[in-house]
Design a protein around this ligand. Sequence first.
Ligand SMILES: [Zn+2]
Length: 118
Amino acid sequence: MPQSRLEGPYSPFLAKWIVRPRSAGVFVLANAAGEVLYVGASGYDLGNRIEQMGAPARYARFYFEYAGSRDEVYRQECNYYHRFNPPDNRSHPAVPAGSRGVCPVEGCPSSLSWLSGN
Ligand SMILES: [Zn+2]
């Protein structure tokens, strides 16, 4: 069960009404048992993104957290990605356009390859 600053759980079908329009942030999709299955983010329209990604029936609930900047979106997305290791994420979160983001999680191979220029 997600903790910290994540708000929820809510039904993904209600995302548009719960999340402020055109806000940036991160979200977590979970099944009815509360197991985290997917971690995502949006720098433009968090509610819309949750609604899109949360449509499949296996995602019974979502949690979310606002972020103040693109860099913060990426840092939070990475933190939750590493914390939950969600099975539906095929790969590490990509650095968003306009962000100088580096994964904040110590020992993450993604941040090492970023720093070495690969
Ligand atoms: Zn990482």
